[in-house]
Write a protein that binds this ligand. Sequence first.
Ligand code: NAD
Length: 347
Amino acid sequence: MTGPSDKALVPFVSVDNMMALIHRVGLEDMLRGLVEYIEADFRRWELFDKTPRVASHSPEGVIELMPTSDGEVYGFKYVNGHPKNTRDGLQTVTAFGLLADVGTGYPVLLSEMTMLTALRTAATSAMVARALAPAGADTMAMIGNGAQSEFQTLAMKAVCGLRQVRLYDLDPAATRKCARNLEGHGVEVVACRTPEEAIEGSQILTTCTADKQYATILSDNMVGPGVHINAIGGDCPGKTELAPGILHRAGIFVEYPPQTRVEGEIQQLPDDHPVTEIWEVLSGQKPGRTSSQQITLFDSVGFAIEDFSALRYVRDQLQTTGLCDTLDMLADPDDPRDLFGMLQRAA
Ligand code: NAD
């Protein structure tokens, strides 16, 4: 019996290999690389096949599929969101993803994406902050100090020149963990006891909490003029972080409106409330921040093209690093029409 041919073996990036890749490239370099890939894809936004992600909700969480294609390569991510998971020692968010060749439909990459999602979400935040944050912004409030928080901080450092992060979490143990992890990374860390203390002097306000409800992480009176809000955690129907009053005062920037209107902070607003698509800013078709006093809000929910870009980045890195295994996941009979014969010969 012969083994599968090379064309039927699919490169697979395990969690171990993803971590090895991040260390090989260097976390901050990889975050910068991801920003380049994501921005390049946002600039060619119009040629992508786009659809809001397909979500299956349950009382405790959500499981989602996020597909897209640029006409040559197809990609999707499987991702969950289960805020209660951390109580049982499980991640809130886990993911894996796949790229396939549109010409043959054959998968060309399967990858873990729990780690990669944290990097791509952070890279997207930094890409948008670079375009919208007020000039000279170097201090960020990081509210919610869970799994995403260090990545968010270091992407802002690598891409936007962040110098100080002000941490706050309902759970002081999460803040201690985040502060410890950020030691030695070249960002000044200030642990705060209240969200008000965290936003003091911050030009960028990142909310990255996990709770399946209409939460008020930032109330209207906490947000002064001129700041950039990077709202990450409100990413599901019935799950938001910002008081509606803030939304009425802010210039709102989104990834893909048909998805964000259902999942983002703007689910609290009427369907015709004006928003700007971030790709239009990145491609120079629409202005970003229009004054130093404007509040800019990135209502982030996470869109399929960001995952596609991240997988594309990983695939390109494999050419030089070879940090992958191969998976025998495609049946490959010698005669393509003799699948049954292949089964019989395996007996
Ligand atoms: P996590 O569970 O690891 O961390 C969440 C933290 O928020 C916890 O430490 C918790 O104590 C804290 N928290 C909860 N309520 C709070 C409150 N009222 N005030 C302050 N802190 C509070 O989750 P994570 O993996 O870091 O993800 C955070 C959120 O980001 C989740 O809701 C997730 O769905 C979302 N997310 C969004 C994107 C995106 O692209 N927009 C990508 C990944 C994750």
